[in-house]
Design a protein around this ligand. Structure first.
Ligand SMILES: Cc1cc2nc3c(=O)[nH]c(=O)nc-3n(C[C@H](O)[C@H](O)[C@H](O)COP(=O)(O)O)c2cc1C
Length: 193
């Protein structure tokens, strides 16, 4: 049986990065819940900032490891994307990576949206920035987006209470989106622009 592919993408620039840590946790939690629901998955997490030469990329094909990251995204059954909020939006490096994803590559693909920030003032960056970006791709962002400051997510753990509930709702929506999804169902050549 072919495995459903969950691909995480983090646009965090720091080291260590809270965003990368949140994306990794979300991928792990979704994979575990999918397994419990009888869905066989494999996972991959891409840390955009660690892709050699990504900032200087001007065209594809990129060097093999970077090209492999694009191909992982374009063949995902579920994307789990996260960015730190920079100046009210996703990081520039995250957008630079996404700019080189094939515009036909995410049609109909469910996308879990995550962001980390310094203050609650920019919690809606998910709705005003990330969601429209994936609408461009005709992807299917999950209804629940997760924005966490250090109050809700620190040292790799989600705070108990409302933050945890929201995170778990995102996990449930992701597993629901994966149910019945079959790899190979997407055809890049036949997708609309
Ligand atoms: C250049 C820069 C711009 C930032 N702009 C914002 C912002 O507009 N709103 C906000 O809430 N946090 C802002 N922050 C804080 C980061 O979003 C926050 O620290 C985030 O969790 C960092 O994630 P990371 O550990 O993955 O780098 C900014 C941080 C930096 C370095």
């Amino acid at each position: 049986m072919s495995r459903i592919k969950i691909v995480g993408v983090s646009g965090g620039l720091s080291s260590p990065s809270r965003t990368l840590s949140l994306v990794q946790l979300a991928v792990e939690r979704i994979a575990k819940a999918a397994g419990e629901a009888g869905i066989a998955v494999r996972t991959d997490v891409i840390d955009v900032a660690s892709l050699d030469g990504i900032g200087a990329l001007r065209a594809r094909p990129a060097a093999a490891p970077v090209e492999a990251a694009f191909e992982a995204v374009e063949s995902a059954d579920l994307l789990v994307v996260g960015s730190p909020v920079y100046k009210g939006s996703y990081s520039g490096l995250f957008k630079h990576f996404i700019d080189f994803v094939d515009y036909r590559g995410l049609v109909g693909v469910p996308v879990a949206l995550l962001a980390t920030g310094g203050s609650d003032r920019h919690a809606l960056a998910i709705e005003h920035q990330l969601r429209p970006l994936f609408a461009f791709f005709q992807a299917q962002p999950l209804g629940t987006g997760v924005f966490f400051t250090e109050r809700e997510f620190a040292d790799g753990a989600v705070a108990a209470g409302l933050a945890e509930q929201r995170f778990e709702r995102l996990v449930e929506e992701a597993v629901h989106a994966l149910s019945g999804r079959r790899r190979g169902a997407r055809d890049l050549t036949g997708a609309a622009a």
